[in-house]
Every structure is written in structure tokens, then in C-alpha cells.
Design a binder for this molecule. Sequence first.
Ligand code: NDP
Length: 282
Amino acid sequence: MANIIDGKKIAAEVRAEIAAECAELKAKGVTPGLAVIIVGEDPASKVYVRNKKKGCEEVGFHSEVYELPEATTEEELLALVHKLNRDEAIHGILVQLPLPKHLNDEIIIQNIDPKKDVDAFHEINVGKIMIGNYDFLPCTPAGVMVLLEKSGIDVCGKECVVVGRSNIVGKPQAMLLLHANGTVTVCHSRTKDLAEVTRRADILVVAIGKADFVTGDMVKEGAVVIDVGMNRKVDGKLTGDVDFATVEPKASYITPVPGGVGPMTITMLLRNTLTAAKKTLK
Ligand code: NDP
């Protein structure tokens, strides 16, 4: 029987710390401010944006949501980003991805002031993470590291396997585990004999977007298993990339879906916004 890592509980603890720091910062005259831009009508994105606004309110931040029509042009979106770059009440800018097809994610992200890039997707912030001298960490991998730390799991010297190599999750996750002195292997869709690699893992992080893909036979007895996946089943239920029923009996620790990594992502966004706001204090 694995220990279940309670992401909701850990996220609530971290949010309480953020709220306390926010109150201190407000007393010094700075209210952390987050601007979220959403273009178009994607229902999942709308839910994420609503949750981000709610998260801001809970910890005492100022938040602004810009809901732009699907037909917004690149010039119009860039004009808003540049205006927010100059706005002293805004410390973090987040453009909800994916953008509609006629807009280029990369061009928009590279136009966010790196000091306000609380998703940590700007190439300057990506480079800083590679070097290990960063202000912001990408929210989901940072959340995974907090879950490990708060569960008392030491990464140092461990065999860490990350399945997935996206710029948002897999690659930065591998880098953060490396910074924590793990021995890191990254797997992807071209990996030969994936199960042979995942069975080596003391700490296995799965972020591929395929429901219940990692099964018990792919996991070593006693492994720590972190499931980043969020997949909707036909019945509408949320499920991870890990087959909880067969993996949980073998794992020493495991994150559930929902209630594992998910609650940490917005929490880390709040933390990045707080960090950005603190940096404006002289
Ligand atoms: P991407 O689709 O961008 O990347 C998926 C990665 O998985 C790719 O690197 C791909 O390999 C790899 N992959 C796909 N199929 C296989 C396979 N059969 N074997 C091995 N590797 C495979 O996804 P994201 O990284 O953005 O997201 C991954 C999952 O995490 C999704 O379910 C997403 O919803 C979830 N997510 C959850 C968040 C949260 O807050 N909990 C936040 C962000 C994402 P290749 O590069 O070779 O194509």
C-alpha cells in the first residue's frame, strides 16, 4: 500500500504561506498583481482561467482577466501584452495556451517582459533554469518538486525517470530533478523498451497525456510515482497517465488524479507572482 501524496493539502499549506507573505508585502505598499489573457472560447481554458482568478483572490492578490474574442489579431494581442508589461500594478502576465491557430504562441510569449513571465516560458527564463540561476520555475514541474520535498522524499542520488519531454513539463522536470542531484533519464515516444527504463526508477514522473498508460508491471517495487497526466475519460471523469489500480500496490508513494499534481500548478503560479512582486521592492 502506497502513501498517497495529498496535493490538495500540500497546496493549501503553500497557499497559506503565500497569503501570509502577501499580507506582509501589502503592508509595505505592494499588492501582487496577476493578469491572465485568454483568447477564444476553449471551455477547458476558461475553467483554468477562472481557477487562476479564484486562486489570486484567496491569497489576497490583485487579478485582471482579459477575455479576448477568437478573431483577435497578433497586433491586438501584442499591444495588450506590451501595455501590461508597462503596468506597475501587474507583476505577472500569463497568456493561456493554446492560442487559436492563427496566433503564434512563441511570438506572444517572447514579448512578455521576462520579469513578469510567471509561467517561466520566455527563453531568458528557460535559459536561467538550465543554468540553475532562476527567478521563476515552470509551475507544474515546480509543483512536483514541492510535493516531493513536503513528503520527505530526497531526490539526491536517486534514479529519476521522466516520461515525456514537452517544454512545459518533461524537459524542465528533468532539469529540476537534476538540480536536486537525481540521476535523470528522459523518455519519450521513440524510447525503445520504455518499461525496461521505467522499472529502473526510484522516482518516476509521468507526463504524456495518455490515460492509464503506465501499468504496475512498468514500475519497481517501492518506487515514488508522480502522475502529471490529466485525461478526460468518455464518462467525463478525470484520470491520470498512471493506472492507479495496478501501480499503487507496488509504489511507496503515489499522487492521485485528481488531487495530486493538479492543485500545485496554480499554487506555483501564485508563488511566482509573489516572487515577481517582491522583486519590485527596493
Ligand atoms: P505534450 O503532448 O506536450 O507532450 C507529451 C510527451 O509525452 C511528449 O514528449 C511525447 O513524446 C511523450 N509521449 C507520448 N506518448 C508516449 C509514449 N507512448 N511513450 C513515451 N512517451 C510518450 O504534453 P504535456 O507535457 O503538455 O502534458 C502531459 C500531460 O500532463 C497531459 O495529460 C496534460 O494534460 C498534463 N498536464 C497536467 C498539468 C497539471 O497541472 N497537472 C499541467 C500540464 C500538463 P514525443 O516528444 O516523442 O512526442
